[in-house]
Design a protein around this ligand. Structure first.
Ligand SMILES: *[C@@H]1O[C@H](CO)[C@@H](O)[C@H](O)[C@H]1NC(C)=O
Ligand SMILES: *[C@@H]1O[C@H](CO)[C@@H](O)[C@H](O)[C@H]1NC(C)=O
Ligand SMILES: *[C@@H]1O[C@H](CO)[C@@H](O)[C@H](O)[C@H]1NC(C)=O
Length: 403
């Protein structure tokens, strides 16, 4: 079944995509000048930073991985605005967080590649879930260079511990797992998949842990990492894309069972889109760009997480935090990467610009209370919440560029 779906998605890749902007989208343009967009985004950040817990480097009322996303957007804000407004805060707090945990891991175990938690884990899984900061966005801010190298080593070690190599797939055994793994699922090799958790009994290979490794190849220019990134990109392509070109969640490496077809989350497509853009740049192989465009075009138009107005409806939670609230921020960051990496594809950049403006205008028109934003992007405005603010930050900062 999975194999058939994978074949279908390959077939659809060959069809030229209509990247047109749906005319039903609400307000897909914007005339705010650059200086105003920079101010709007920085003002949103300035509402978040008072929530910093200076003892932990995390923010009140949101968790570890969500706090990591705040640091990412602060770094991106300086990068896109050409400022150093947030630099010291980012540096000091990343150094604080990194000093608090061995391998930067809150849970004291070797972590996997940076990902995010799943909204559907049981409580037990949840507390044991390893998470880590999404470091690539902040590499450029880290000094001295040895810190960046430490990050590379960390990610390498993490990946080596949790990735399934070609030899391991063939042998049906991964050295850090206490169970036999399937060599193939649905006829495709399991090589390149990255386990969700490093514990010896965790059987889940999922898209969010598998989708990232191209950054390491780009920063190091080391062919070992390029090969690993290609293997992982192929794993998602073969196993975890549905017939509508949306990235699925999990495959069980012990028995090939999959997460339900309805487990569709923006961040799985977003992180893969981001990784494929980097991989296309590293390899010069246009198949990754083609695949990325198909997924992006589907993801911004699917009815799974937006209506005909185009406004994202995933992660609406006005009274309490949950992991899903932060997913759309990861998605927005991923499609921003596509915007920066494909300047000559004007149909694509127009689509991303328009989708970004839909979210931007919704937040500003429907969900804003001063410079604070509800996690319900259709509104109404409400009093400040850390998680609502987190979800909005990437929209504000990305629109400095994409508008
Ligand atoms: C979008 O463009 C139209 C036509 O140029 C214009 O009338 C409208 O004011 C613009 N909307 C925004 C939000 O800038
Ligand atoms: C590339 O990375 C591998 C794995 O860490 C390492 O053994 C090798 O020395 C690296 N190559 C270069 C040229 O740095
Ligand atoms: C706007 O935020 C303030 C401060 O958090 C709050 O007191 C007020 O009720 C909010 N307004 C609305 C319309 O929710």
């Amino acid at each position: 079944m999975l194999f058939r779906l994978a074949l279908l998605s390959l077939v659809s890749c060959a069809v030229a995509q209509d990247l047109g902007v749906p005319l039903t989208w609400r307000k897909f343009n914007n005339s705010r000048p650059l200086s105003e967009r920079i101010t709007i985004a920085q003002n949103a950040i300035n509402q978040m930073t008072p929530q910093l817990n200076s003892a932990t480097g995390e923010f009140n009322a949101i968790g570890y991985w969500q706090s990591g996303n705040v640091w990412s957007v602060l770094a991106n804000q300086d990068h896109l605005a050409g400022t150093t407004t947030n630099k010291a805060l980012v540096l000091n707090n990343l150094n604080l967080v990194f000093s608090r945990w061995a391998h930067y891991d809150q849970f004291g175990t070797m972590t996997m590649l940076c990902g995010g938690p799943k909204p559907h884990c049981t409580r037990t899984e949840h507390t044991a879930t390893p998470r880590c900061w999404r470091m690539p966005s902040t590499f450029g801010l880290m000094s001295p260079a040895s810190e960046r190298i430490n990050c590379f080593i960390f990610i390498l070690g993490s990946q080596l511990a949790s990735v399934i190599t070609a030899a391991e797939a063939s042998a049906g055994k991964q050295p850090n797992k206490a169970f036999a793994i399937k060599s193939t699922c649905g006829g495709a090799t399991m090589a390149g998949g990255v386990f969700w958790r490093p514990t010896t009994d965790d059987q889940s290979v999922n898209s969010i842990t598998t989708g990232l490794s191209a950054f390491l190849a780009e920063y190091t220019k080391n062919a070992t990492y390029t090969s690993a990134a290609i293997l992982s990109a192929n794993w998602i392509k073969a196993h975890n894309i549905n017939a509508n070109n949306l990235v699925l969640d999990t495959v069980n490496a012990a028995d090939c069972t999959t997460s339900p077809a309805t487990w569709l989350f923006t961040y799985n497509s977003g992180k893969y889109i981001e990784g494929l853009n980097v991989l296309a740049a590293v390899t010069g192989d246009s198949q990754w760009t083609t695949l990325m465009i198909n997924i992006l075009n589907s993801a911004v138009k699917t009815t799974v997480w937006q209506g005909s107005d185009g406004i994202i409806t995933e992660g609406v939670s006005t009274t309490s935090n949950n992991d899903g609230v932060g997913f759309k921020a990861v998605f927005i960051r991923g499609i921003h990467e596509a915007w920066t990496r494909n300047p000559s594809n004007t149909a694509l950049t127009t689509l991303i610009h328009s989708y970004g403006d839909v979210q931007y205008n919704a937040l500003l028109d429907l969900a804003a209370n001063g410079s604070t934003y509800s996690s319900n992007w259709h509104g109404p405005p409400q009093a400040f919440t850390s998680w609502g603010q987190l979800a909005a930050l990437d929209v504000m900062t990305s629109n400095i560029n994409t508008n």
